[in-house]
Design a protein around this ligand. Structure first.
Ligand SMILES: Cc1cc2nc3c(=O)[nH]c(=O)nc-3n(C[C@H](O)[C@H](O)[C@H](O)COP(=O)(O)OP(=O)(O)OC[C@H]3O[C@@H](n4cnc5c(N)ncnc54)[C@H](O)[C@@H]3O)c2cc1C
Length: 815
């Protein structure tokens, strides 16, 4: 066997399906000098015992893209490597026992169709014809994906490992990584102990943590946040059942179960609502191909439902009760990308029980990101930079994953909130809002008032795919913002201070807009990448000659900090996260000026405080910095108040608002207002794969600045013309609801997903945004088409607009 090299271009840690796929794709991308180190044997962690379901139905556009890539790759892998992968395209059926579930399945089918995945709705009798063993008496709907498959998971990993080796990668088993060395904020290589117990070191600029459930603690050794926690995960296999035959994979999410027939036996796996976290005291050093103890009591509710669903379980003997650990994450999505804390430290871990189906696409995407410097398309959903530093907390993780395992098969209703591990990050006026009816949701650990219940109204969500129970509350809040004045608590905004002699020069290089402006000016700008894609949209306020405040969404703060730190070159500028220091209270609506006049002696007229400026003001007996900006498309101010004075300023505003109809508003209303104004939402409408000009945000790009990141890509696109453009839609039927990921249908043909949706209470219908291909077309030609939006398989007519449907000239904003 070859000796472990002293140097490699990349070292992959972990020989499960994730590590093997990353090594395979790095090698395929031409990085042949790759070393994979596995502490025991390949697949001996979680991979060997997976059920081997390869499904393509996902809730979102790019996750579907990745799942489809995996399925397509695995079909070809056996021929390529000679390893029998057991991959068979037996197809899959997902059945719905409720109308809610049917709607969800049909919505997912629409997403799948956008990406060319073969999917069809089938009737209960068609299900019965394909799956004779199934009791379909209460089945209300189903979808069939003929090209979904099942495989032998260990052999998929072995085939990927072989494919990597065939291209030059080296794999060493029984070699444990004991540490990752770093210098100057970048990795320099890995320390290991080999099979003989001897220590060694491989120098490398790129290290990829594919350590599965070991990954969190391995990352923590290097100061890297990788929030995941193992849970026990169960399935059961029967003795051979006579005449079982070849069956598609079957999912019955309403009973938390999936079924697979293999070699004449039937398997049933579970995604029970309350899972059992595992490994709190660490993982035994000799853990290898291990199983965990049976727990019949825990599994029994699933089995009971199965005996009704598939009566063969009443008589079939049990061959295997399997329990194995798998890592789960706080939001049920895996992690890919470079850790914000350490350059060259990459991650592909935390697969939430879809690591076999996920790793093919994830390995491709990560390898492309590593070798090209940018992800192949928007991967924000699975980006490691969404992890919050506090999520390293193990008590938080343990409680949360007990819920997230089951959520995989729960109804994925829009606006669904987690119930565990809540309350970690709170605004100083959290209790004030709670006392006034706030119903909270969670983002990045922040508790945020999503809507306000009326006195006596139940403070709970009643989820649905139609209008939910808070629809009228949102409408009242929305109309208050449009006709009176509303108050939002936006304390969860990420706030970044950039300060120092070169702060201006640095930011002018990173931002698309001109930020060398007078102190007190606020600039709406993008961070662009080399492709002209939008890494962030934000406001930059010049506080002084040498200090700026950058305001970003709370959910993207870590990503934005990482981008800034990565871009900082020789300039002298200090980047500090000051999020917790200031709260943000937003007063928005045509009566916002009247409100401010009642609570402050300062002058809020257009002459004294024009749009796009910030200055210190007195509020009650406190001091705030009032920023004249808006995300709802109305006159208004964001008041930045130091955390200690927030409660006082809130009380002063509230008292002054009496008689003016000041209405407390939640985040749902913020979103419904912004979508009427066609303000883009980063992560949905605009991402790093969306070109700033196609997003319709060219106004935020300086025409005068000679140099800034992304400038060349902007010039190229301006020259070449737009290939697609952002369009706003309003549904003609006021009952139709849009959330996102519905399909845009132009002249009868699906052209892409709705990137975001909400209800336009002022405009009287659901509003959606999304890109429409337009190469070589004029605006008039784009608008001349007929548009429909496909929602759960049904097409509804929509009105299209290239200018904001609400206040297109921004007269209300500047009133
Ligand atoms: C019961 C069950 C059923 C499942 N069914 C399915 C399914 O049907 N479809 C599906 O897609 N997924 C399924 N999964 C999930 C799937 O098995 C996992 O998501 C996947 O195997 C995770 O792969 P991984 O490479 O991230 O982790 P692992 O396979 O655990 O690999 C991590 C590897 O890293 C190694 N390692 C850790 N630390 C070090 C170190 N310091 N140095 C060197 N090596 C190290 C470990 O030894 C291990 O081999 C199932 C899981 C379970 C438990």
């Amino acid at each position: 066997m070859a000796a472990i090299p002293a140097k490699a271009r990349a070292v992959v840690i972990g020989g499960g399906v994730s590590g093997c796929s990353v090594a395979y794709h790095l090698a395929k991308a031409g990085w042949t000098d790759v070393v994979l180190l596995e502490r025991k044997q390949l697949t001996s962690g979680t991979t060997w015992h997976a059920a081997g379901l390869i499904g393509q139905l996902r809730g979102s556009a790019n996750m579907t893209r990745l799942a489809k890539y995996s399925a397509d790759l695995y079909v070809k892998l056996e021929a390529e490597t000679g390893v029998a992968t057991g991959m068979r395209q037996v197809g899959s059926i997902s059945v719905a026992l409720t109308e809610h579930r049917r709607e969800e399945l049909l919505r997912q089918a629409t997403v799948a169709r956008i990406f060319g995945v073969d999917v069809a709705e089938i009737s209960p009798s068609e299900v019965k014809a394909m799956y004779p063993h199934l009791n379909v008496s209460d089945v209300v709907g189903a979808v069939h994906l003929p090209l979904d498959g099942q495989c032998d998971p260990a052999n998929i990993a072995m085939a990927l490992a072989k494919g990597a080796r065939m291209r030059g990668a080296q794999i060493f088993e029984h070699t444990k990584v004991t540490g990752v060395r770093q210098a100057g904020g970048r990795v320099t290589g890995v320390e290991y102990v080999n099979a003989e117990g001897e220590p060694g070191f491989i120098a490398a600029d790129v290290v990829v943590n594919c350590g599965g459930m070991w990954g969190r603690d391995l990352a923590a050794q290097s100061g890297v946040t990788l929030p995941l926690h193992a849970c026990e995960h169960f399935y059961l296999i029967t003795e051979p059942v006579e005449g079982l035959g070849h069956l598609p994979v079957l999912r019955v999410p309403d009973e938390c179960a999936y079924y697979k027939s293999d070699a004449g036996k039937m398997m049933i796996g579970a995604f029970e609502p309350k899972a059992k976290p595992w490994g709190m005291g660490g993982i035994r050093e000799d853990f290898m191909f291990d199983t965990l103890p049976e727990d019949w009591e825990h599994f029994m509710p699933i089995l009971e439902a199965a005996t009704n669903r598939m009566p063969l379980f009443q008589t079939a003997g049990i061959h295997t009760f399997f329990n194995g650990p798998e890592s789960f994450t706080p939001d049920d999505r895996y992690y890919l990308g470079e850790a914000p804390e350490l350059g060259g430290y990459w991650i592909a871990a935390g697969y939430n029980s879809v690591g076999i189906a996920g790793s093919g696409g994830a390995g491709m995407a990560l390898a492309s990101w590593i070798t090209e410097g940018e992800p192949p398309f928007d991967l924000w959903e699975v980006d490691i930079r969404r992890a919050q530093p506090f999520q390293r907390n193990r008590a938080y993780l343990k409680e949360r994953v007990s819920e997230t395992l089951g959520l995989l098969y729960a109804d994925h209703f829009p606006y669904r909130q987690v119930v565990t591990s809540r309350g970690v990050r709170r605004s100083p006026i959290h209790e004030h809002l709670k006392a006034r009816g706030a119903v909270f949701g969670e983002v990045a650990g922040w508790e945020r008032a999503n809507w306000f219940a009326r006195p006596g109204q139940e403070r709970e969500y009643h989820y649905s795919w139609k209008r939910q129970n808070w629809f009228e509350n949102q409408k009242a809040e929305h109309l208050a913002v449009r006709t009176g004045v509303g108050l939002f608590d936006m304390t969860s905004f990420g706030k970044i201070r950039v300060e120092g002699r070169d702060a201006c020069a640095f930011l002018n290089r990173v931002c698309s807009a001109e930020v060398d402006v007078a102190p007190g000016r606020i600039v709406y700008t993008m961070f662009l990448n080399d492709r002209g894609g939008i890494e962030a949209d934000l406001t930059v306020t010049r506080l002084s000659e040498t200090a700026y405040l950058l305001v970003v969404p709370g959910a993207t703060l870590q990503r934005n900090l990482a981008w800034l730190r990565r871009c900082l070159g020789e300039e002298f500028a200090v980047i500090t996260d000051v999020t917790a220091g200031e709260s943000v209270l937003c007063v928005m609506g045509p009566k916002a000026r009247d409100l401010m006049a009642r609570v402050s002696p300062d002058d809020f007229s257009n002459a004294e405080h024009p749009f796009g400026t910030a200055r210190e003001v007195e509020v009650g007996m406190g001091i705030a910095r009032a920023h004249r900006v808006t995300y709802v498309g109305e006159l208004g101010w964001e008041l930045y108040v130091s955390a200690d004075q927030t409660a006082h300023v809130f009380e002063a505003l509230e008292a002054a608002g009496e008689g003016l109809g000041l209405t407390l508003c939640g985040l749902h209303t913020l979103d419904s207002c912004r979508i009427e104004k066609a303000y883009r939402h980063w992560g949905h409408d605009i991402t790093d794969e969306d070109h700033v000009l196609e997003a319709g945000l060219g106004f935020s790009v300086s025409k005068k600045k000679a140099a800034f990141l992304g400038r060349e890509a902007v010039l190229r696109k301006a020259e070449a013309g737009l290939a697609r453009r952002m369009v706003q839609f309003r549904m003609e039927d006021p009952e139709v609801m849009l959330f996102h990921n519905e399909a845009i249908v132009r002249d009868g043909r699906i052209v892409g997903p709705v990137t975001s949706g909400n209800y336009g209470h002022f405009l009287g219908g659901a509003i959606g945004m999304g890109y429409v291909p337009c190469a070589g077309e004029s605006e008039a030609e784009v608008l001349a088409s007929t548009y429909e939006i496909e929602v759960a398989g049904v097409r509804h007519r929509a009105v299209a607009s290239l200018v904001p449907m609400h206040d297109p000239k921004s007269e209300r904003v500047r009133m």
